[in-house]
Design a protein around this ligand. Structure first.
Ligand code: NAD
Ligand code: TYD
Length: 352
């Protein structure tokens, strides 16, 4: 008998697949059900290490379909939900916002309704855990940090849809006492990230001697966290977080985009046996992202103080691990770089 049945949504994506692998291996007495619709960002290759584990099951399905979600909850009677499924790329939200509203808001609503119905007011040992982003807080100037008390001020269709979902999650806590917890994390990087996000896109381009597109002047600042550190924080929040609470998770690794790319180029020169400075010649400044948020930075003192979490890796180490993974997993990336990806790339960048 499994002690707990946990639904992880979006478990074939970047962070979700790391989380699923970690939970399946660390908690053999939990049953982990991974629900993912396998959009362009979902990839079962990410999960090949655990596919035949007895405490793991994959279900292909869409969180926007409420009848399907209700049936799934009736059948499995989950004890916990860790909700990651989302449309997650800001640039795609700018060119096509509607999908973000459907998946990120309606999808979350469907999961909340199904949890409430399934748990039927018996909430002991139940938990709905919403995985959110620091982008809901808006954009910082040069000073200051986002705390859990910072007012929401989302500025892209992506962050607006995530903020809306977070509001719904909190509303279900206040209105129905549905046991919830939310964490808001900064930018993740690491193995298995789809190469539309800055770091894997740049690694792939550098390797293939293609231009590295930097929006505007590369002055925007992000706080980078290695994905496995995010997963260890999720584990803690899921098991020890206080119901109804929010936890900010950050890397303490603030970098401007251009600083980050120079560090990455240095590692790439070293790994590819190129002369110092060779890869950086590929840097190309392109048209800025519309409404580009200047700076995100997280104060993660609450999760440190209350749950004892802090990031284990600094960026310099994490980026080496990431580069090495991409260089050793050429097949993974080759399977992604198809005509659909090329079409997206050409439309987005208009450079080669
Ligand atoms: P991702 O785009 O790599 O993965 C998203 C997954 O959700 C994919 O596997 C996709 O197939 C699945 N999915 C999308 N629509 C679905 C639907 N309708 N039904 C079922 N599955 C669907 O995203 P990620 O970077 O791994 O992010 C995961 C979560 O973490 C998201 O909720 C995101 O908002 C949040 N987050 C991400 C970051 C980051 O830096 N990547 C930072 C903070 C928070
Ligand atoms: P991204 O990885 O898309 O994450 P987010 O927008 O969620 O922070 O982008 C990280 C930063 O890198 C962001 O400031 C936008 C910038 N960026 C570029 O300069 N060029 C690119 O090609 C991409 C994808 C992002």
């Amino acid at each position: 008998m499994n002690k707990k049945k946990i639904l992880i949504t979006g478990g074939a994506g970047f962070i979700g697949s790391h989380l699923v692998k970690y939970f399946v291996n660390k908690y053999p007495d939990y049953k982990i059900i991974n629900l993912d619709n396998l959009t362009y960002a979902g990839n079962l290759d990410n999960l090949k290490d655990i596919i035949s584990k007895p405490n793991y099951e994959f279900i292909k399905g869409d969180i926007t379909l409420s009848a399907f979600i209700n049936t799934l909850f009736e059948r499995y009677k989950f004890d916990g939900v860790i909700h990651l499924a989302a449309e997650s790329h800001v640039d795609r939200s700018i060119s096509n916002p509607d999908e973000f509203i459907e998946t990120n808001i309606i999808g979350t609503l469907n999961l909340l309704n199904a949890s409430r119905e399934c748990w039927n007011d018996d909430f002991s040992d139940k938990l709905f855990y919403q995985i959110s982003t620091d982008e809901v807080y808006g954009s910082l100037g040069i000073d200051g940090l986002f705390t859990e008390e910072t007012a929401y001020d989302p500025r892209s269709p992506y962050s607006a849809s995530k903020a809306s979902a977070d509001h719904l999650v909190r509303a279900y806590w206040h209105t129905y006492k549905l046991p919830i917890v939310i964490s808001n994390c900064s930018n993740n990087y690491g193995p298995n990230q789809f190469p539309e996000k800055l770091i894997p896109l740049a690694i792939n381009n550098i390797k293939n001697n293609k231009n590295i597109p930097i929006y505007g002047k590369g002055e925007n600042i992000r706080d980078w966290l290695y994905v496995k550190d995010h997963v260890s924080a999720i584990d803690l929040v899921f098991h020890k977080g206080k119901k109804g609470e929010t936890y900010n998770i950050g890397g303490n690794n603030e970098l401007t985009n251009i600083e980050l790319i120079y560090k990455l180029c240095k590692v790439m020169d070293n790994r590819l046996g190129r002369a110092d400075g060779e890869s950086a010649k590929l840097i190309t400044f392109v048209k800025d992202r519309a409404g580009h948020d200047l700076r995100y930075a997280i104060d993660s003192s609450k999760i440190k103080r209350e749950l004892g979490w802090s990031p284990s890796l600094q960026f310099e180490k994490g980026i080496e691990l990431t580069v090495d993974w991409y260089l050793q997993n050429e097949k993974w990336i080759k399977n992604i770089i198809n005509r659909k990806y090329e079409k997206y790339y050409d439309k987005q960048y208009n450079i080669r």
